[in-house]
Structures are given as C-alpha cells and as structure tokens.
Design a protein around this ligand. Structure first.
Ligand code: NAP
Length: 482
C-alpha cells in the first residue's frame, strides 16, 4: 500500500537553532523524508538560522552529515538528498541583538506560507518573538512553532503564554508535543470515533483501569542539568502522558477540528483528581552493572529528582468515576516501550464455571517500538477435549497491516506539515498547558513539602519495588515492560 501524499502550499520555514541537536536529529531529517515523499512543492524552502557564521553551502554540508547520521534505515537516495539540500538556505542570526535579522527579512517571500520554528532554549523565545515583530516578519498568518519544555510550573507557563499572546494570536502558535504526532495516537482517535465497537464500552462500567507506560532505556543523555531541575513528572507526565490520558478519556468532539478536540482534552485535564501522596511512587536509578547512578550522571550527589514516577489518578466525570488511570514513566528501565492498555472488566457471570481460566480483555495501543494495536480476547482452545478457554492476541502492527513496506511517518514529519497546512488539532493550546501545570504543581509541592526521597532502583529493571505495590494494593498488576 502506498501512502497518499498531498503536497502542501509553498512555504518558507525558518528553523531557529538549525545547528542544534533537535534540528539535526529530528527536524531536518523529517523535512527530508517529506521532500522524498513528494510533499514539499517546488516553492518550499527551509532557512536555517543560528549564531554560527556558516555559509549556505557549509550549512548544507552540516545537514548532509546529519541526514547520514540520523535518517536510519536504507541509505537515502543521493539525488534526492542533493535536491533537498538545494532547498536549504542559512542566515547567521543572533536572537538577542540585531545581527542577521535584516538578512532574514530579505530572504522571506511574501507570497508563500511563512513559519518559524523556535528550536532554541526557551529563554530565547521572547527575543525571537520580538525580533519577528521588529522586522516585519509577523504577518497575521505567520505561524510559530514552540518546543517543550513549555514552562517549569504554572507561573512560568502563564508568563510564556502571556509573552506569546503579546506578539501572536493563539491561532498562530503551535506548541509541539511530539507524542500527539504519532500514528498510533491518531489511530486511537480513529478507533474510538470511527467505529461503533468500542465507544459503548468506553466508560467506568466496562473499563476496569487504564495503564499508560512510557519506559526508556537511556539515562539523561548529557542533559543532566536540565533533567535534574525537571524530573520525570515535569519532563514526561505533565505533557506526554497527560496528552495520552486526554485522548483516552475525552468525550467525542463534535468534529475533528482543532478547537473541538482541544476543548474536550481541556475538560479531561480539569476533571483530574488531585493525587494523594500514597498514590505516587518516585524512583531514582542507582549505580549498578557499570552504569552510573542518576546522581552521578547529573553531577549532583544530593539530587532528589525522580528519574521514574508511577502514580494513580482518577477522572471525576460521569464517564470515568471509578476507573483509575495508572501512569508510569522512567529512564534506564528494562526496555524502550510506550503503550496505553485499556483493561476491561470481567463478564458478570462465567457460564464456563468458576474454575475456567479467565483473562480480562485488554486493548493495547503501542506507540513504540513498533506502532500498532492488540486486542486480547478469550477463545476456545482449538481441538477436542472439551471447552478449554485461552486468551489470544488479535494483533495489528500498522506497518504489516498497511502492506509491510509503508513508511510510518515520524511524529515530526506529520506535525511540521500540519504547521504548513495551518492545522492546530495536534498541538496544545495555551489553556491546556496551563491546566496541566495547575494539576501538576500541587503534586510536586506535596512531595517537596514532605521532603520525600525517591526510591532507588537498578538500571535495567522495571523501576522501584514500591511501584508494584501501587497496583497490588488495588488487586491489579502492571503489564510487563519488555
Ligand atoms: P541545542 O543543541 O543546544 O541547540 C540550540 C540551538 O540554538 C543551536 O543551533 C544554537 O546555535 C542556537 N542558538 C543559541 N543561542 C542563540 C542565539 N542567541 N541566537 C540564535 N540562535 C541561538 O538545543 P536542542 O537540543 O536542539 O534544543 C532546542 C529546543 O528544543 C529546546 O527548547 C529544547 O528544550 C527543545 N527540545 C529538544 C529535544 C532534543 O532531543 N534535543 C527534545 C525536545 C525538545 P549557535 O550556537 O550557532 O547560535
């Protein structure tokens, strides 16, 4: 099966921070893939901007090396790479002063879509916004893409929103959460809202509980300072896990349109219960098997920052009252795996007798490593010998289901093209971000006031032992991380 590619309008996309890690690893490789798929029309250009004094040609050399390093899979077509590089330009520019801005303004074409990707440290966002205004680069239809972290707490998120609102209309602002760009996440909405099958069961009467797991094998990857000041709650739960929870818990929007979807997500965040101290387990990996401890990696022996967190939260709505949501995420865990598992309740009565083996139906939505969905159902074990029951997985790997050869676009590919199309559905609105912080802040303030220390766990494990208790206590078990 070949993916249908609809070219976008011609555009000028400025990538501020084009020499940085995110641009090299994600943004430019994603743009290349869209180019190779035929989605970038002849009039589409990418202008890199950073302080380094590079010529357009040396910038292209940098990006050619980045594509070699980060595209993965089979070697890219050399001709396609050469043609893509011709779409790139570069301006040496300093966000904080006047260097380069006039040169940038002179490059921008008035008759194409204009978008600016702020792939720089958040303290520079205000300078970039002011620079765009000063140099006539902020038209009513100009789009700005803002990377995470979107604030550190409610106060800083409000300040950032207020700063952006001082320059841009909300319809111009694209706050990226790349989890929302994943194929599976959108498929979750398709499964829920394009089929009759699940929606009648999608409530506390039929759903026993929901588990959302984002497990990483990596440590802090050289970002120790940032991570020690942040931790798993701020870095992962407040944004990524929260967004996944919203998509599971939200009511059907009346249309698949940006504000209709975002209104429903916002209602979920506002309905989240406060988290009780006994419903949180924080962990921090210790040194073991030649792997440094978290405290060593972040160079802070006194660090109390969590590299792991598990928590239980309720959603106070008619639909979900009584169904707990268990969230967990951590670094240096046994496997890299992200999934949402919706576990249904047992049937009210077993006609096969009390002794019949029983496993609950579970719908698993896998985000990584291989995107897909699995539905676990009970069937009769084949063959003679009476009615023996067995649970089997109805498995759907998207790559296989769609013909094996189809490339599932990286989240950034889809999201950047959505920016050019002017579609904000998969981007967070300012009030969503603030509501998420309003729920997060008291949780963090609570453990800070109590002086809680994170529980140690071994690198390569599934997290601290106490996290098991969080589920056992409720008569439930975490799914395996593998
Ligand atoms: P980075 O590697 O430190 O790159 C920063 C970029 O900003 C460089 O290109 C740097 O180039 C440029 N820059 C610094 N000061 C500047 C100034 N005054 N004017 C103009 N350009 C300036 O950072 P990153 O990891 O790419 O992260 C970029 C943003 O994405 C951050 O907000 C980060 O939180 C977010 N993010 C990153 C990742 C990731 O995996 N890396 C993931 C999620 C979110 P010069 O030194 O040449 O100016």
């Amino acid at each position: 099966m070949v993916a249908r590619v609809i070219p976008v309008e011609p555009f000028d996309l400025v990538v501020f921070g084009a020499t940085g890690d995110l641009a090299r690893r994600k943004i430019l490789p994603s743009l290349f893939r869209r180019f190779a798929e035929g989605q970038m029309p002849p009039g589409a250009r990418v202008i890199g901007a950073a302080r380094s004094t590079l010529t357009a040609d040396t910038f292209r050399d940098h990006i050619a090396a980045a594509l070699d390093e980060h595209l993965g899979g089979a070697a890219p077509d050399r001709d396609a790479v050469a043609s893509f590089l011709q779409r790139l330009d570069y301006v040496a520019l300093d966000a904080g002063d006047e260097t380069g801005w006039r040169a940038l303004a002179a490059r921008m074409r008035p008759d194409v879509v204009q978008a600016h990707y702020f792939s720089v440290a958040p303290p520079l966002f205000a300078d970039l916004a002011a620079g765009l205004d000063r140099h006539g680069l902020n038209r009513p239809d100009t789009r700005v893409v803002v990377e995470k972290p979107f604030g550190h707490d409610l106060g800083s998120a409000r300040a950032l929103n207020a700063m952006l609102a001082g320059h841009f209309d909300e319809s111009q602002v694209y706050r990226i959460d790349h989890y929302l760009g994943k194929e599976t996440v959108q498929n979750l909405m398709a499964v829920r809202f394009a089929n009759i099958l699940f929606e009648p069961l999608w409530n506390a009467r039929f759903v026993d509980h929901v588990q959302i797991t984002v497990a990483e094998t990596v440590g802090v990857e050289g970002r120790g300072g940032y991570y020690d000041a942040s931790g798993a709650m701020r870095d992962m739960v407040q944004n990524h896990l929260m967004q996944l929870l919203c998509l599971i818990a939200m009511e059907p929007p009346h249309r698949f349109e940006p504000d209709a979807v975002r209104d429903e997500k916002l209602k979920v965040i506002r309905a989240l219960d406060p988290v009780r101290p006994e419903d949180i387990v924080r962990g921090q990996y210790r040194a073991a098997g030649g792997v440094k401890s978290f405290a060593e990696e972040v160079e802070n022996p006194e660090s109390r920052t969590e590299s792991y967190i598990a928590l239980r939260v309720g959603v106070s709505s008619w639909r979900w009252k009584g169904t707990p949501f268990y969230l967990r995420t951590g670094k240096r865990l046994r496997a890299r795996a992200s999934e949402i598992a919706v576990t249904f309740r047992d049937p009210p009565h077993s006609i096969f007798g009390e002794d019949a083996p029983w496993r609950a139906n579970v719908l698993v939505i896998r985000l990584q490593p291989d995107e897909g969905m699995t539905l676990r159902v009970m069937i009769k074990e084949p063959g003679p010998g009476g009615m023996r029951l067995k649970d089997v997985a109805l498995d759907m790997s998207f790559a296989e289901a769609l013909g094996g050869e189809m490339h599932i676009p990286d989240a950034y590919e889809r999201l950047i093209m959505d920016v050019i199309r002017g579609n904000q559905t998969l981007f967070m609105r300012g009030d969503e971000v603030e509501a998420a912080w309003a729920w997060t802040d008291p949780v963090i303030a609570g453990w800070e006031a109590r002086g809680d220390r994170p529980h140690p766990y071994d690198p390569g494990s599934t997290g601290p032992e106490d996290a098991l208790m969080l589920m056992h206590r409720d008569g439930r078990r975490w799914r395996e991380i593998r």
